[in-house]
Ligand binder design. Structure first.
Ligand SMILES: Nc1ncnc2c1ncn2[C@@H]1O[C@H](COP(=O)(O)OP(=O)(O)O)[C@@H](O)[C@H]1O
Ligand SMILES: [Mg+2]
Length: 510
């Protein structure tokens, strides 16, 4: 690192928001021809630091140099002029415009869309992107929108690229594609900074890591010289264990019985095709499948949020009485003890009211009879305080409006809220999407405690390694059909992966 001039040097950068010190005298160097992973727990100041490079925030103190020259970045335009481009967590594209129109939007000079389309194609060819310049944004997948954002900053000549949790919204296949492009850009001499919480991505992609904790710079090192355990310890500030417990289920009894469930989307596409299985109390049933295989429809059918074409979903009470859930409204199902926590790609759209504070958001949830993991029937205020403490939610207090919290913290509130609602059935999907590694393990631990308390857990996650470690049984979906149900203990990643992509034949029961 020493004989290369840093593309960017940040020195003594401090940024406060009222009482919050988001960045505290941070030093950071960024080099060309290198991919730097910027690491830290949720709320450690990563986005704030990068926003000062991209002209969104202005530092209270400190200096920034680009290629050895001190600069002042007062606006996104200043950043662009210095060759800095940032791809934000929340995209800033205009839905009704095409890719090309979005890419040239706001540029000075005469608008020549044909020339623009030409230039876009050449950028795509150079790095291996696939973008149709004439496609409207509203017709695009999340991954396509992200590609447009990246092409947009390259179009403006960026050679220092910052990507803020780009893979949080991508499937593993899309992530592979993105990484191939980023490597091309690195080899082309660009400086790349990526923020991600996924350790295997850090290890696979980055050349160097830099770690922030509570707004302070903790250290940096070549990725090859460190490992997930050391990086996590540095992020958290003390040693943490990265194991997921899997206690044997106790008194597992059938709680939800699904038979021949068939669901179609509004446009008539078959989403679930004759799905049958039983979910037991005191057990974690993992649901594996590639995105769009029907996991969402399955959880939403149980929660009463999805019209069902045929089949049966029975809820089995402790005394053996059975109740048909199909036809019941979501509120009645929730009151029976079925909690749904589905973390969407856009985390603010997940059932919290942004202008309300934490305590009021807790109250939105209808509390049912019975005991809560967070102890029974506390006031929403106490409940909010419990969630904040247990999940380490980074907030000035429980009366802070939810919209002021960072995405990861909002999510902890949501997941905490569902867990604390004392369910008998916990339907959870993408619970740790976008959460830092320490928070993720806290969530796994909470889910395990729910299991120990006798809850029937249905766990949908995108990380197959976690699914294999956490689940007692794994139900594999492929194209809306059950391709098998296998015991979690001893299941092989490769086998489950194969069942996710093609039907496994007669392995219907385990
Ligand atoms: N616009 C803002 N107003 C008030 N507080 C903010 C703002 N942006 C960030 N923060 C606070 O600054 C801290 C760092 O946030 P952030 O940079 O988003 O962390 P990270 O990206 O590492 O998750 C957090 O405590 C967050 O709540
Ligand atoms: Mg952030």
């Amino acid at each position: 690192m020493d004989n290369k001039t840093a593309a960017v040097k940040m020195r003594n950068i401090t940024k406060t928001f009222g009482p919050v010190v988001a960045n505290d005298k941070v030093w950071l160097d960024i080099y060309r021809g290198e991919i730097l992973a910027l690491l830290g727990e949720n709320g450690s100041g990563k986005t704030t630091l990068m926003n000062m490079l991209s002209g969104i925030y202005f530092p209270d103190e400190g200096e920034i140099t680009i290629d050895g020259k001190e600069v002042v970045i007062r606006s996104p335009k200043d950043a662009f002029d210095l060759g800095i481009g940032m791809i934000h967590q929340h995209f800033k594209l205009v839905d009704v415009l095409t890719a090309a129109e979005n890419i040239v939007l706001g540029l000075e000079g005469k608008l020549d869309l044909k020339a623009a389309a030409e230039k876009i194609r050449s950028i795509c060819d150079a790095y291996g992107f696939e973008v149709d310049p004439n496609q409207k944004i509203y017709d695009m997948s999340v991954s396509q929108k992200q590609t447009v954002e990246i092409v947009k900053v390259l179009y403006r000549g960026a050679d220092i690229l910052i990507l803020d949790e780009p893979t949080a919204v991508l499937t593993p296949q899309e992530t592979d594609k993105l990484f191939a492009v980023l490597r091309n850009m690195r080899d082309d001499g660009k400086a790349i900074v990526i923020i991600t919480h996924k350790m295997h991505e850090v290890e696979e992609l980055s050349d160097r890591v830099a770690i922030l904790r509570h707004g302070q710079f903790i250290g940096d090192m070549p990725t090859k010289k460190t490992n997930a355990q050391e990086m996590t310890n540095m992020m958290v500030g003390h040693a943490v264990t990265l194991n997921i417990d899997r206690p044997e289920p106790k008194d597992a009894r059938p709680r939800i019985e699904v038979k021949n469930l068939t669901v179609r989307s509004i446009d008539g596409i078959l989403k679930l095709d004759g799905v049958s299985f039983t979910a037991n109390s005191g057990e974690i049933l993992g649901i594996a499948g590639i995105s769009g295989c029907g996991q969402k429809e399955l959880l939403e059918s149980i929660a009463g949020l999805q019209p069902v074409e045929s089949g049966s979903i029975e809820y089995i009470e402790d005394d053996g009485r059975r109740e048909q859930l199909i036809g019941k409204d979501p509120l009645s199902i929730a009151q029976m003890g079925v909690a749904l926590s589905f973390v969407p790609e856009d985390r603010l759209g997940m059932g919290l009211v942004a202008n309300m504070d934490l305590a009021d958001n807790m109250m939105l949830r209808s509390y049912r009879r019975g005991k809560s993991f967070f102890t029974d029937r506390k006031s929403p205020k106490q409940l909010a305080e419990d969630v904040v403490r247990r999940l380490d939610v980074n907030t000035p207090g429980i009366s802070t409006p939810v919209r002021r919290l960072s995405g990861g913290n909002v999510q902890k509130v949501l997941v905490g809220r569902e867990i604390s609602s004392a369910p008998t059935v916990l339907l959870t999907a993408y619970a740790v999407r976008g959460l830092d590694i320490h928070s993720s393990y806290t969530i796994y631990d909470l889910i395990n405690k729910q299991k120990a308390a006798g809850v029937a857990v249905l766990f949908v996650g995108e990380d197959l390694d976690v699914l294999l470690e956490l689940s007692d049984r794994i139900l594999v979906l492929c194209g809306g059909k059950v391709s098998g149900i296998v015991p979690g203990r001893g299941a092989k990643k490769r086998d489950v992966g194969m069942m996710m992509t093609k039907l496994g034949g007669d392995r219907q029961h385990a």
